[in-house]
Design a protein around this ligand. Sequence first.
Ligand SMILES: C[S@@+](CC[C@H](N)C(=O)[O-])C[C@H]1O[C@@H](n2cnc3c(N)ncnc32)[C@H](O)[C@@H]1O
Length: 298
Amino acid sequence: MEPSDAKGATQWLFDRGWNCPWVFWEGDFDQNVNLWTDLASLQLAESTCSDQSWLMFKPAPILEESVDWIERSLKSNAKSSESQEMLSCLDIGCGSGRDLAWLLSRKAVDGRPMWRATAVDSSHGATNRTSAICENMGLSGQLDGTLNAKVAVNGLWRLLTRDNSNVQVNNASKKGGKPTAATGESTLEFFSETVQQQISGTIPPKHDLIITIRFLVRSILPHLPSLLNPGGYIIISHFVDHEDYKYDQPRQNHRLGMNELRDLFSSLEGMRVVVDKLEQIEDGRPVNSIIIRKEYSL
Ligand SMILES: C[S@@+](CC[C@H](N)C(=O)[O-])C[C@H]1O[C@@H](n2cnc3c(N)ncnc32)[C@H](O)[C@@H]1O
């Protein structure tokens, strides 16, 4: 794109109601030496410490505002010095990886731990974009793996091949040779057995933090604690049905009910709801953002 095209693009976006403060053309990155500082002054980019890459995206607010105290809590709870230095995150429904890449890009300054992460999404485009953003930011070494997997409404998981058909799981090596590939597998079985057997690499079976943002398959929620280390946290932020807000998407049956998450997790043994709030995303739609801690091993 040339600068003149960028002006046209800006106008095109304004005409269609987008609040679009800046449109780039690729030459900006080579020719405008003040680009990053100008963007930072408009709060369109940020560098949280001197040796961190510049970022032009923000994570979900609930993650950004809580990550410091979550890290302190996880660090103070860690049994070994190794687990104090490196924490593990599982992002379910990772999309393009904005939350995960932001988390991995945090540097181990001021005694902060580092993060490693696993990204799960049914869309190959999504996991490809997550891998690409991590690679571009020099974070691939912290990405334990991306999983193309789909969870059905009944809560059963399947690994997908590139054409979205089921991966053939080697059932002979599974207890009793159950034909699990056809029907899918429970959350615990999928992550602790199939992923460990089928995916090369270092995806841990349990994590210190599970995030699932703007993604809702209700049937897996009660099983998420089984993927957490003791003392670990779950962050969920999703659209909620609230009488003060009228909006079309997602449709009502894909929205949370008010207090649905709080009631569910409060009823699970060993789980404690530590944050529960109603927030608005950029376009004004309401989300319920909640943080739950696993107090002890179940
Ligand atoms: C609205 S996006 C949210 C992405 C990301 N968490 C974020 O906040 O930017 C929802 C993601 O969930 C994935 N997804 C939807 N249904 C799924 C399913 N049944 N199993 C696995 N992933 C699914 C979609 O491919 C999409 O990338």
